[in-house]
Design a protein around this ligand. Sequence first.
Ligand code: NAD
Ligand code: UD1
Length: 323
Amino acid sequence: MSSHKPIVVVTGGAGFIGSHTVDALIEAGNRVVVLDDFRTGKRANLARWLAPEHRFDGAHAALEIVTCDVAHGIFAALEPITSRYGRVERIVHLAAQVSVVASIANPLVDMSVNYGGTLHVLEYARACNVSKVAFASSAAVYGDVTEMPVAETTPCRPVSPYGIDKYASELALDYYASVHNVPTTALRFFNVYGPRQDPTSPYSGVISIFADRARAGALLTIFGDGSQTRDFVYVGDVVRALLAAVADGNTRTVANVGTGREITVLELAQTIVALGGGASTIAHAPARGGEILKSRANVDRLRDRFGVVAQTPLVDGLRATLA
Ligand code: NAD
Ligand code: UD1
């Protein structure tokens, strides 16, 4: 019976958003192959599914892990699994270098992983008749837009290599959908946060860093005056959007994934300090270059096409993250 469950590949499945996506896909009855090179991802994020009984040849087929760079040799890496257990039906493509700042420091790495990786995934999908590719794009494709909220019809003028590579990936998805009949959907995530987001790099997501600092009673550093805004969306809401996007019935679709609300980084820092017990103080450092100043999603298309509305209030999501 288990051999008939669809196989879904999740690239970047050992990471923050990826591991929550894996949990939801397996709970929905899929067999999942995580393709990840573990440069930021962790096996511990997949701990629930690491027991031998969850291997595809075990009693409760659920998870296989393929350690591979998404931009090199994914055909050969997936072949031992597909020859034994059947074709890949769907792909959720999340593997990427995720920091805007790191992309400015090293655009060549960003381009080869974030754009090159997408091309490898799309070539695999074309050659192997994959039924659907869902891709993690980003609000960074819009660039420095001043009119809020930003809708999908807004022209894309990215201001960082990361934003350029995400936009180029979207164009490649559209090309493969229209010319090679590979059904694709790109979701433009706004700022995603929640448990398992790794706070250890200076390039980590701001909520993971602030939560880590607040728990330790340490200093929170705001880049700039803190008036820049972001639309912070809880990872559980993002996963619901991904599961809807990787299902049948939509192709050549691009949709924002956010809450439709924005908060300044200063207010965010103050809220996290209060939730963390109030022991931390806040300092300011020079603003980062290449940053967008305002960000708030128009989320009508996400609701209308996918029936998904972000439900988690920021304070609830912050409490779950701090815990
Ligand atoms: P993450 O760093 O936790 O996850 C990325 C995963 O990809 C990691 O497991 C990492 O090991 C893997 N990976 C990176 N390069 C790889 C490569 N060359 N080959 C194979 N695996 C590789 O980050 P995340 O926040 O979970 O991001 C997931 C996706 O969502 C990314 O595509 C990111 O650009 C996108 N996104 C994230 C946010 C956010 O706020 N976190 C917002 C917009 C878009
Ligand atoms: C984030 C994501 C990026 C995604 C984009 C979509 C990460 C690391 N980056 O980029 O993948 O495509 O959202 O909108 O998840 N800040 C501080 N102090 C800190 C850290 C950050 O003040 O210690 C500020 C930054 O200057 C920025 C804001 O917080 O203004 C958010 O920064 P960050 O979490 O790095 O995310 P983005 O650059 O928005």
